[in-house]
Design a protein around this ligand. Sequence first.
Ligand SMILES: Cc1ncc(COP(=O)(O)O)c(C=O)c1O
Length: 439
Amino acid sequence: MVVPVPTDLDAYWMPFTANRQFKKAPRLLVGADRLYYTTHDGRQVMDTISGLWCVNAGHNRPRIVEAIRRQVGEMDYAPPFQMAHPQVFELATRLAGLFPDGLEHVFFTNSGSESVETALKIALAAHRARGEPGRFRLIGRERGYHGVNFGGLSVGGIGANRKAFGPLLPGVDHLRHTHAPERNAFSRGLPEHGAEFADDLERLIALHDPSTIAAVIVEPVAGSTGVLLPPRGYLERLRALCTRHGIFLIFDEVITGFGRLGAPFATHAFGVTPDLVTVAKGLTNGVVPMGAVIASRGIHDAFMNGPGEGIEFFHGYTYSGNPIATAAALATLDTYAEEGLLTRGPELAGFWEDSLHALRGLPHVIDIRNYGLVGAIELDPIPGQPTQRATQAFLKAYEAGFLIRTTGDTIALAPPLIAEREDLARLVEGLATILRTLD
Ligand SMILES: Cc1ncc(COP(=O)(O)O)c(C=O)c1O
């Protein structure tokens, strides 16, 4: 079925989009089921990026659809300040139960960006509550993506996202990024070289004095900048340094959470436990906006001092723990559990790795990276025209029936965790054909 393109495309200012180019040749999605979108011109395209790294259980999942319907008919909204509804407690308990012991308390938000702002604020306020108000510095990492609000932008390390917005937050510094293709290109799984990049934190500690540093925030796998995997031993070293110097470690698991790496969270996949974790996206299977911060017992308890009738943390959102989002999240966790999706990675990871690495040697392919059910194919940029080759791949893939995501000159892949081997094989075959036709 063909759905007509709206006659007036002008008013809608699209996010992270080449608006003028898009509006000349719109790509509209009008339906979605399991692994496939239906386009406005009536085609089926495979969703190879789980919507936007969020639809981990695939589209149109009956439990989630039904839970939302039921909840909206029962109670549409409940204020979250000095009030609550029963299900949000259940969700917090179940979510905390997915994490290693010690990560025990959940603060709800509505997006990854809000989760990051919340985690940074919790880190600062916790140090203050513990009698260390001098810890005000926040450390991010080059090439990091932590959303688009001012805190996340400040600790983020993607130049294009930052440069239009002035000085951002004061007291922020950045670790060097961990991408080292000269030593690690075509690694299968975690790259062998680069654990020592974590020692860059020692440089910042020496420069600023550790007693001024509140927190280090990193994506365990940097997603938006092109799927940069942590070198073997890197996160362990970062953890040890943070612990030694009383600095909180924040894992931004907005992309890595909910099964993407073949384990429930990166903290399990890599065996490193941070003090705070940010999540969003897969929490509701992308269906309703919701995010959360999971905090350690120690951090949470630092706030629970003083008179019991006072508000402990002056922070929250109108939609924190919204009943519809909560219903969607509970049904999502049920779906993940029933289908074993949070731990499905090992079943598919070997096949995924072999299939992706078979693309080595095709024109312009300069690196292939993979872990769990995430992958990246990095292309040699066209001289003087960075990103253009990958954009070409995106457009050709869409015509060929695959919705892929590109960032810089990297094709990032994160299919829904319900994909079967045949689906992955079809995707990689399709990509091979596209790669052979790129300029
Ligand atoms: C690691 C990470 N943090 C934060 C965000 C921001 O999430 P949102 O777009 O929901 O604000 C993203 C989004 O892709 C992300 O990948």
